[in-house]
Design a protein around this ligand. Structure first.
Ligand code: B12
Ligand code: SF4
Ligand code: SF4
Length: 376
């Protein structure tokens, strides 16, 4: 089957046809709400040495999925056999201009509200991204039927991904010309910053490959210097166990004491290394309403979050990245932020009632103690 696909697509697309088809596909991607698209070769084997070093040092913490499917990570054609090229896409999620890292209450003043990372304030991007990638594939299928006949369309194999498979998404995007990997380990585009998400359409088409962007961090180290928990241990190297995104989203159980104060009022993910990055002066804006904040999640009051019932959390987190936390993880994070919040009798009062969940209750007691120490 895969042999048939390879032969068919290879022989049907001449150089100029492949070039024209690629330009057409990239235009369709923009029409579907992607901010950019490019084409990468299906080979990321050169990244395995970095992954191995990361795993050897235990930087992945409890994310055991990072240890799995080594062969697929190195060679995307093992994941989807007929893959000849990967269409990599970027989706911008920033709704408003981000505040300057040094001039806002978000970090220095009134912390009686919680911060949710910007990508997570609206609809879950996994669904948005994969839905649009499927539409892109359907359009390509129709185009192939119209230009090369139904057999070519039948031979067209594809699969969409976004944070849903063991692949190096940033490397693929880099190879597709969508940016360079910054020292904070995220992909940056010189004209669009880094507040975007990545997705891929693996295809059996032999499309022309793009040219990668030059690396432009230069001597800057702002992200490394600003990281509240010192998670960027060296340029391009992140110890996930120290990263607030890991601690608040992936880590189960009690948050290690050494990071509690530094987490501040961040209750889901962290944007600090991106907020400080000079390239985000050029950050793109979301074109899809899916990223519009829901339920006031752009600046939720901690006391309101703390009083949410399990049922209400279920409603609010429906179709949202927050779902991943579960009620217990959510309460743990809110309790922590309440402890770090500015002195408040109302918060101390709310924290004075024991809760059933062991992890949440331990966090509550720590936070109450911290609040009381501020009011004393
Ligand atoms: C695991 C994971 C996490 C983990 C660990 C992150 C990490 N850096 O490993 C945690 C939970 C911490 C996390 C956090 C975030 N994540 Co995340 N995450 C992933 C995931 C699933 C895998 C990343 C991975 O392969 N890590 C493995 C290690 C080995 O790779 P690495 O640290 O990136 O290092 C690479 C390079 O820096 C280089 N390298 C490593 N060492 C060295 C040494 C030298 C000397 C050199 C030169 C290079 C080098 O090689 C490595 C492999 O290419 C990807 C999706 C995917 N499948 O790709 C999303 C992904 C990277 N995450 C994403 C996002 C949005 C985030 C957050 C911004 C969310 C938030 N606001 O809270 C934060 C940002 C934190 C940060 N500074 O990176 C987006 C990034 C989009 C972009 N613009 O780049 C992705 C691509 C998901 C998506 N589909 O959009 N994430
Ligand atoms: S997301 Fe936050 S904690 Fe993680 S590396 Fe960036 S600044 Fe540090
Ligand atoms: S803050 Fe500076 S070093 Fe960090 S990613 Fe941006 S340009 Fe690169």
């Amino acid at each position: 089957m895969s042999q048939k696909i390879e032969t068919a697509t290879e022989h049907r697309l001449s150089h100029s046809q492949a070039h024209e088809l690629k330009q057409w596909i990239l235009a369709q991607a923009l029409e579907l709400g992607f901010a950019a698209a490019g084409v990468a070769p299906p080979d990321t084997s050169d990244q395995m040495k970095h992954l191995q070093a990361y795993l050897d040092k235990g930087h992945h913490g409890t994310m055991s999925f990072m240890e799995e499917h080594e062969a697929l990570r190195a060679d995307p054609t093992k994941l989807v056999e007929s893959t000849r090229s990967v269409i990599s896409v970027r989706m911008d999620y920033l709704v408003d201009a981000p505040p300057s890292r040094h001039s806002t209450d978000e970090f220095t003043g009134d912390t009686n509200f919680g911060i949710i990372a910007r990508y997570a304030r609206g609809r879950d991007y996994h669904k948005v991204m994969r839905g649009r990638l499927k539409q892109l594939a359907k359009r390509i299928e129709k185009k192939l039927t119209d230009t090369l006949g139904s057999e070519a369309a039948q031979d067209f194999a594809w699969r969409p991904f976004s944070d849903s498979a063991p692949i190096f998404e940033k490397t693929l995007a880099e190879r597709a010309g969508l940016g360079w990997t910054g020292k904070h380990t995220l992909l940056i585009h010189p004209k669009a910053g880094s507040f975007f998400l990545l997705g891929e359409l693996f295809t059996s088409l032999d499309l022309p490959i793009d040219t990668p962007e030059a690396e432009r961090c230069g001597s800057c180290s702002a992200c490394i210097d600003i990281c509240p928990t010192g998670a960027i241990i060296a340029p391009y190297q992140l110890d996930a166990r120290r990263c607030i995104a890991y601690l608040t989203i992936e880590h189960k159980g009690a948050i290690p004491h050494e990071f509690r104060e530094a987490i501040g009022n961040r209750i889901f993910g962290c944007d600090d290394c991106q907020l400080v990055c000079p390239w985000n002066r050029f950050a793109g804006r979301a074109t899809l309403s899916d990223f519009d904040p829901r339920h006031g999640l752009e600046a939720p009051k901690l006391l309101e979050l703390w009083s949410l019932s399990n049922e209400r959390f279920d409603e609010i987190s429906q179709g949202s990245p927050l779902r991943r936390l579960g009620y217990s993880g959510f309460k743990r994070n809110v309790a922590l932020a309440m402890g770090n919040a500015a002195r408040s009798a109302a918060i101390a009062q709310a924290l004075s009632h024991p809760v059933d969940d062991v992890t949440v209750d331990e966090q509550r007691r720590w936070s109450l103690k911290r609040q009381i120490s501020k009011t004393a």
